[in-house]
Design a protein around this ligand. Structure first.
Ligand code: NDP
Ligand code: MG
Length: 414
């Protein structure tokens, strides 16, 4: 099958537009690949969504407006909509994720809202380019079970996890039947030769407050927190970068994606954002993946793996000198980090609770209702107030997701 129909869920966002750019590039430079954005979703902004669709040489077949309000007000008579097959509401996301017309799903919706469509794509055995890390945080063990059943390939888009995946080499995939430590290989993986990773070393830019004192951080405004030094990203992940909750979520994501225990994961601050992460093997050798900070590279690799094709990402300039620094992360000024390790260790219901509490707290912070340092403190409170369960069902996790949001509101309305 030489068809690459890609559904970009969250096409109007930062990862979504970068994915559109990569697909245009692949369609031009890899003509035998038959690359096509077959479907694209946005939450409510139809003009923005159709603008992206119109930019594609081969426009998508299906557009989805996922918000329930959009679904209510949409009557199909919109002039833009008449040009496309438009689906509305969250069910349309799940339908397209499972459609036989779709080969690959790029999961680029932000937050827990991306969960159902990502799980549907995995369940349907699609290749999934996973940007939506929250799915792994909420339901990592469930994702592994579904992958083992459906044979879905989950390729990380998050730059750190893509880096780790690349450092591990082709012998270890994130397929559920191939553990990252090589203990049980699938048929085409030379498991005998698979080296054992001893540590996964995640790098972090340190965010906009890397050099700020605790006192100054406590008074940080949303505008301060949104000003990321090296990456341009959506609002939620930008705040997560400032609190370093993003790294906490990535610790949990790595724990489930690569099936290694939390104590095999370390975090280093690397402000230049050139080393995207590293793997330390049993013999002490450390392999790092380096490239300029440009999400188009991990997005493209997730789409074309195992092929590496020329990308639009500019090469590291060879005529320039680089100072690449690595320093231990500061859990004192960034208490979210400890939460990441604790939740990665605890598993069960902890991920769903942390993720929901954080999403709600980030929303309150952006609305000017709570202080910056309330975000991590609120998350810890809610996490400690919940009764941990080892093997929750999906519906139980979603129930706890709703509970945790209400708990955050309750805590800050007192
Ligand atoms: P953006 O905020 O830029 O985009 C989010 C996308 O999700 C938009 O298409 C938005 O639609 C859609 N969306 C928002 N709310 C909902 C909802 N309730 N239901 C369905 N769709 C919704 O986010 P990013 O692109 O920055 O991030 C997307 C994901 O990728 C996140 O999980 C993030 O952690 C991850 N990621 C991002 C990186 C980056 O560089 N940006 C790097 C690594 C991971 P609309 O435009 O209509 O609101
Ligand atoms: Mg990342």
């Amino acid at each position: 099958l030489n068809r690459n129909h890609v559904a970009v869920l969250g096409a109007t966002g930062s990862i979504g537009t970068a994915t559109a750019d990569v697909l245009q590039h692949l369609a031009k430079t890899d003509p035998d690949g038959n690359w096509r954005m077959w479907a694209a979703s946005g939450h409510q902004n139809l003009p923005e969504l159709t603008k992206i669709a119109a930019q594609m040489d081969s426009p998508p077949q299906r557009l989805i407006l996922s918000s329930p309000e959009a679904a209510k007000s949409f009557d199909g008579t919109d002039a833009l909509a008449s040009k496309y097959d438009v689906g509305v509401g969250t069910n349309a996301l799940v339908d397209v994720a499972m459609s036989p017309e779709v080969d690959t799903v790029v999961a680029a919706i932000v937050g827990r809202a991306g969960l159902e469509s990502t799980l549907a794509a995995i369940d349907a055995g699609k290749r999934v380019g996973l940007a939506n890390k929250e799915t792994m945080v909420v339901a990592g063990p469930l994702v592994r079970q579904m992958m083992a059943k459906s044979g879905s390939e989950l390729l990380p888009v998050d730059s750190e996890h893509s880096a780790i995946f690349q450092c591990l080499g082709n012998w270890a995939s994130t397929r559920a039947d191939t553990r990252a430590d090589g203990t049980s290989g699938d048929s085409d993986a030379p498991a005998n030769h698979a080296p054992k990773p001893r540590k996964l070393i995640l790098t972090a830019s340190g965010g906009p407050f890397r050099e700020w004192s605790s006192d100054r951080i406590a008074d940080a405004s949303p505008a301060d927190a949104l000003a990321h030094p090296t990456w341009e990203m959506g609002r939620k992940i930008s705040i997560d970068s400032a609190t370093m909750m993003n790294k906490a979520l990535e610790i949990i994501e790595a724990r489930w994606l690569f099936d290694l225990p939390a104590d095999a994961i370390e975090v280093f601050v690397h402000p230049q954002s050139i080393i995207h992460s590293m793997v330390e093997f049993d013999d002490g050798s450390v392999i790092a993946q380096m490239s300029p900070p440009d999400m188009r590279l991990p997005i493209q690799f997730a789409l074309t793996y195992p092929r590496r094709l020329p990308s639009q990402s500019p090469p590291l300039c060879r005529k320039q000198s680089y100072d690449l620094t690595l320093e231990p992360a500061d859990h004192g000024r960034f208490p979210a980090l400890s939460l990441g390790f604790e939740v990665a260790k605890a598993g069960g219901t902890a991920g769903a609770v942390l993720n929901a509490a954080n999403e709600r707290a980030v929303g309150l912070f952006l609305d000017g209702k709570i202080r910056f340092t309330d975000i991590a403190a609120g998350c810890r409170d809610v996490l400690e107030n919940h009764t941990h369960e080892e093997n929750p069902s999906l519906s139980r996790m979603l129930e706890l997701d709703r509970w945790a949001r209400v708990e955050v509101d309750r805590r800050f309305s007192q």
